[in-house]
Design a protein around this ligand. Structure first.
Ligand code: 13P
Length: 273
């Protein structure tokens, strides 16, 4: 099933996919172990910095082969790409889905570059996600507001032909300084106007009840990265404290397990929406 088909199935089921970022083989394994244990589908996603770190082909081989190995229904997605070159490399490597993030450009420029990516991805049968509005990236101000306008969301989706739209409704990437308070009425208004699958970025630290209400109101993909990195590194740091072990195959498994536990928790939030 393509991701596009999956989104339309989720629309009927009023459910969502968890999209977990990965950074190395261990995080891929942790995420997929959880998906396999829960028998739930998953999106594995890599940011451009992960692509720079691993290379598009290695990232694709590792993720796609591992999904096969774990018997998991999953899709490989490129998260927050800003350049056509990175998108092209990932499509050539076999990614199922790409995000073009031109959200900091003007509406018209965003439409232009996103439309270009949609026609590029069409040749590969790949899904395209774009972003409209301001979702603070790591290190950017959480104070600035630039929420997605429902009418613009419709116009943007119609003009570009995207399959998925990241919405700005009060979430932000990284750890929150204060508890987020999602603008759920705005989400419902966007949902009324827009046929693309709606995506919630900045999933780390959003209270479970808000995620669940978001799903009921139309969110179909929930991105989680920061909490996953945190779980992995906390476990690893704990393993390495006062430990002279040099066999890395012995210190990584607990960190893989920590990721798997976290992903299972996130999947349970979706299951109980
Ligand atoms: P967090 O790092 O806040 O979980 O956000 C993940 C994300 O939205 C990736 O695009």
């Amino acid at each position: 099933m393509t991701l596009k088909q999956k989104f339309s199935q989720l629309e009927d089921q009023k459910s969502a996919l968890l999209a977990a970022n990965f950074y190395n083989y261990e995080t891929v394994t942790g995420v997929l172990r959880a998906a396999s244990a829960m028998d739930m589908p998953i999106i594995l996603q890599a940011s451009p910095s992960t692509i720079r770190y691993l290379g598009a082909e290695v990232a694709a081989c590792m993720a796609l082969k591992s999904m096969e190995k774990f018997g998991v229904e999953g899709w490989l997605h490129l998260d927050h790409a800003e350049s056509i070159e990175t998108i092209q490399a990932c499509l050539d490597a076999g990614f199922d889905s790409v995000m073009i993030d031109a959200s900091e450009k003007s509406f018209d420029e965003n439409v232009k570059i996103t439309s270009k990516v949609v026609s590029l991805a069409e040749k590969y049968g790949a899904n395209v996600e774009a972003e409209l509005g301001y979702v603070a990236k790591l290190g950017q101000s959480h104070e600035k507001e630039g929420f997605t306008n429902p009418g613009e969301a419709r116009e943007f989706t119609e003009k570009t032909g995207i399959n998925a739209l990241a919405v700005a409704i009060g979430s932000a990437h990284g750890f929150y300084r204060k508890e987020p308070d999602l603008d759920l009425d705005r989400l419902s208004a966007i949902k009324k106007e827009c046929t693309a699958a709606l995506v919630l970025h900045g999933g780390s630290g959003i209270p479970d009840a808000q995620i669940q209400e978001g799903i009921r109101r139309g969110i179909r993909k929930i991105n989680v990265a920061t909490e996953l990195k945190d779980a992995f590194m906390n476990s690893l740091q704990g393993e390495l404290t006062n430990n002279s072990e040099i066999d890395l195959r012995k210190v990584f498994p607990p960190a893989v397990e920590a990721v798997s536990k976290l992903v299972q928790q996130k999947m349970n939030i979706i299951l109980n929406a």
